[in-house]
Design a protein around this ligand. Structure first.
Ligand SMILES: *Cc1c(COP(=O)(O)O)cnc(C)c1O
Length: 446
């Protein structure tokens, strides 16, 4: 877990940073070293209770460790603690953020989109739906029944009506269900989830764009989870077709703190049409004095934001540029590969039954049983036993209609089934599949 090189790299970077302020008289705030040491030891002991999600034997929720470059760059910038709300607090890190936004926009072939980093995908989606509501006041937001629950809640915050769209057995929005909602005439925006949180399923974007055009509605892509996978060369054909049309949506959310190797606190919203910046207009009497240039705070709902997040992302993008089939893309591709392989191994296991083939790197699987309620009980037992053996999984409640399509022999005796879910976000997961399967089989056999 501890690589001494990281501490050295941080110190060297801090020395260089300090040189930039060498013209000022010496001033180093002091603190009581012993008191700080005692509290830090207590904090480290408390933190031992967290799941070790940096380890490949953590194969549960959407948790991915940041890359060392991101961790170190973030920590280094904390010594000045930039605030990317206004240039006064963040001349350097604001321009780095703009370069990050350009790089993220280029993922979708967008030139000069309006965009900025956010605290996460929730804030980013809030801004996207807020702009959607300004353009289509009072109109309905529709999103997949498997969309992140945040969309329904955000719609509530914005006082916009919301409807969930039924999904098929692959976990993707049903086009007929979208169309019957559109026919009611009050829809303003369709949210397409490009990699949903539960299954990693990719909504059929080409068809959604056709429908949106026919009915004159907006399309927002929630690619908080899946936004980077378009760089991979090993996507299935349906997912590939959806990624290839992302440049035609109106707004996109992508979370660098999901698959972009960043620490938490790094989401991003992008608008294809930079003119929507007019909705953000405000006249603050006290913030913007140091330049006539547009400050990030003038195009963002959040005010104070960590410039450290931009520094970390910028540094990571220098090391791992977003190029198709480059190093960053290949590592993502390994996660896709790991999920495909894991699915195949579960498919031949007598103790488990995987649900849909993964489109991204998320695999959802049921424990074999004679009834759906039996499968739920068995999944919870496997979850607990695996955790004791050091293999950390996640669980998911899957509607019986979807689960039973993959468990035709199981009696349907409840409305939802507790399944196991593994998000294989670490490229190393591929090399750990033997061990993961072994622990899994042993947990089911016990
Ligand atoms: C994670 C996620 C969100 C929420 O983003 P946060 O960064 O957790 O706030 C929204 N939508 C999707 C598809 C997600 O995977």
């Amino acid at each position: 877990m501890i690589n001494p090189a990281e501490i050295e790299l941080l110190r060297d970077a801090l020395v260089t940073l300090a040189r930039g302020h060498a013209g000022l008289p010496e001033f180093t705030p002091e603190f009581d070293r012993q008191a700080v040491a005692d509290v830090l030891q207590a904090a480290a002991e408390r933190m031992q209770d967290n799941y070790p999600y940096y380890h490949p034997q953590y194969a549960g929720q959407m948790l991915k460790p940041p890359h060392a470059i991101a961790r170190i760059a973030y920590a280094m910038s904390l010594w000045v603690n930039p605030n990317n709300h206004a240039l006064d607090g963040s001349r350097a890190s604001s321009s780095m953020e703009k370069e990050c936004i350009d790089a993220l926009g280029r993922l979708y072939d967008w030139q000069n989109p309006l965009g900025h980093l956010t605290g996460g995908g929730t804030m980013a989606n809030l801004e996207a739906l807020w702009v959607a509501g300004r353009l289509h006041p009072g109109k309905r937001i529709i999103a997949s029944a498997q969309a992140h629950y945040t969309h329904q809640r955000i719609s509530e915050v914005l006082s916009l009506p919301f409807s969930a769209v039924a999904v098929d057995n692959a976990g993707r929005m049903q086009l007929t269900a979208i169309e019957s909602l559109l026919q009611q005439g009050d829809v303003g925006t369709i949210v397409a989830t490009i990699g949903n949180t539960g299954f990693g399923a990719v909504d059929p974007l080409p068809d959604i764009l056709d429908l949106a055009q026919a009915y004159g509605v907006r399309v927002h892509a929630d690619a908080a989870y899946g936004g980077y996978f378009g760089l991979c060369t090993n996507l299935g054909p349906a997912a590939r077709a959806s990624y290839d049309r992302l440049h035609d949506v109106d707004s996109i959310v992508i979370d660098p703190h999901k698959h972009g190797l960043q620490p938490y606190g790094c989401g991003c919203v992008l608008f294809r049409d930079a003119n929507v910046g007019r909705f953000y207009k405000h006249d603050s009497p006290y913030t913007y004095f140091s330049s006539a240039e547009l400050h990030l705070g003038e195009i963002s709902l959040e005010c104070s934001r960590p410039g450290a997040a931009a520094v970390a992302l910028w540094a990571t993008q220098q090391l791992f540029p977003y190029t198709r089939d480059g190093q960053f893309a290949r590592k993502l591709g390994q996660s896709l590969h790991a999920a495909q392989e894991f699915w195949r191994r579960l498919e031949v296991s007598a103790r488990f039954q995987p649900l849909m083939r993964p489109e991204l790197d998320i695999v959802v699987y049921a424990a074999a049983a004679g009834s759906l309620s039996g499968a739920s009980r068995a999944a919870r037992e496997v979850f607990a036993r695996a955790a004791k053996a050091g293999l950390h999984l996640a669980m998911m409640e899957v509607p019986a209609a979807i689960a039973s399509a993959y468990l035709p022999a199981a009696r349907i005796d409840c409305e939802s089934v507790t399944c196991l879910r593994s998000v294989l976000m670490k490229p190393e997961h591929r090399d750990w599949l033997d061990r993961i399967m072994q622990l899994l089989e042993a947990s089911a056999a016990a």
